[in-house]
Design a protein around this ligand. Structure first.
Ligand code: PLP
Length: 380
């Protein structure tokens, strides 16, 4: 039996063989604890140092500003709760966006239960925030603004540099969840005036279970309260033995992504547009998210005249994709991102997120388009 075509690259990606090769020696040969004071420890420590510098350099930060975490969920929690705890004497107001990942929304909701206040900005019909509205939402007691770089469902890219400028003019810290953006679009913490930025490796052909939080050290020096205490690793901000192979793989994944960023982005965009043009020959197909300000490999469509659950069920054996995000795939509720665009519940439910990636071929796109079209026609 043929396996379904994988078009769910926003949920996770296969690891690149080159990443795996870079990681292998650190499982068996160079297995030391990077905190140990002997050759084994030094070997691990040196590999981690190199990876940390490479990751920092890729975003124009410095090595001391990178704190390794288990992924973007943990990085978001550390950023949001860590800043809230460290700055609560200054203010108890945070600003974020309705279309954020749950790894941002849920920590915000948790802070609300502790007495913080959170403004959840809406988006326009294409998924972009309104900068005037953002600026008007800032209060004297606002301590943090969290706006994602690239949306995991509709791929929309928020204007980071403009947001960073507003945040710094009002002396409010700026956090961005860049899980979907790192090594896919250029990111520069200086140019974009980013104070905290979350990453993960498994969305960019790296291993699962590793990510990082960038925390600015100068202009301003960001304070953060650790959420994990223990052996004092990562400057006391995130205790736990560092996971050398994953860290080496993470850095390799970023460097591969950056080396191929432009060329691969163009290739994916051509395939994505081909997929869209093919499906859009049918009536009643709507593109979700901005047409151009989006990840090159992301397509998200709503389909009129079909039931969402039937569509997904029919496509399941043919194409591996999802409706909303992977995390909410098991829930019957429509995606909070699509409802924020103003979609009705029915239309939001009849939606497909098609994520193309490094290993997607032109032939797969043709086959997927054909199968999606056939399925929609038969369900209608
Ligand atoms: C995948 C993803 C996360 C969660 O990352 P993990 O490393 O799986 O914890 C957070 N935010 C966004 C935007 C994502 O796409």
């Amino acid at each position: 039996m043929q396996r379904p075509i994988y078009l769910d690259y926003q949920a996770t990606t296969p690891m690149d063989e080159r990443v795996l090769a870079a990681m292998m020696p650190y499982f068996t040969q160079f297995f030391g604890n990077s905190s140990s004071q002997h050759l084994y420890g030094w070997e691990a420590d040196s590999a981690i140092k190199q990876a940390r510098s490479a990751i920092a350099e890729s975003i124009n930060g410095t090595a001391e500003e990178i704190i390794f975490t288990s992924g973007a969920t943990e990085a978001n929690n550390l950023a949001i709760k860590g800043v809230a705890e460290a700055y609560f004497h200054r203010g108890k107001h945070l600003i974020t966006v309705q279309t954020e990942h749950r790894a941002v929304l849920d920590p915000c909701r948790y802070l609300e239960s502790l007495g913080f206040e959170v403004t959840y900005l809406g988006v326009d019909s294409e998924g972009l925030i309104n900068l005037t509205q953002l600026e008007e939402s800032i209060r004297p007691d606002t301590i943090l603004i969290s706006v994602m770089a690239a949306n995991n469902e509709i791929g929309v890219l928020q204007p980071l540099a403009a947001i960073g400028e507003i945040c710094h003019r009002h002396q409010v810290l700026f956090h961005t969840d860049a899980a979907q953006a790192i090594a896919k679009i250029p990111l520069d913490v200086e140019k974009m005036q980013i104070d905290l930025m979350s990453f993960t490796a498994h969305k960019i052909y790296g291993p699962k279970g590793i990510g990082a939080l960038y925390i600015r050290k100068r202009h301003p020096r960001v304070a953060i309260t650790p959420q994990m205490q223990g052996g004092g690793q990562e400057q006391g901000l995130r205790a736990g033995t560092l996971y050398t192979p994953q860290i080496v793989g993470f850095a390799k994944a970023i460097s591969l992504g950056l080396a191929e960023l432009e060329q691969e982005g163009q290739r994916q965009q051509v395939l994505r547009d081909k997929l869209w043009n093919a499906i859009n020959t049918l009536d009643g197909i709507y593109l979700n998210g901005h047409f151009r300000d989006r990840l090159p490999g992301n397509l998200n469509i709503s389909i009129e005249g079909v039931k969402g659950t039937s569509l997904l069920l029919a496509l399941q054996p043919l194409i591996a994709l999802s409706s909303g995000s992977a995390c909410s795939a098991s829930s019957a509720n429509p995606s909070h991102v699509l409802t924020a665009l103003g979609h009705s519940k029915n239309l939001a439910q009849a939606s497909l997120r098609l994520g193309l990636g490094r290993f997607t071929t032109s032939e797969e796109v043709d086959r997927a388009a054909e199968q999606i079209i056939k399925t929609i026609q038969s369900l209608r």
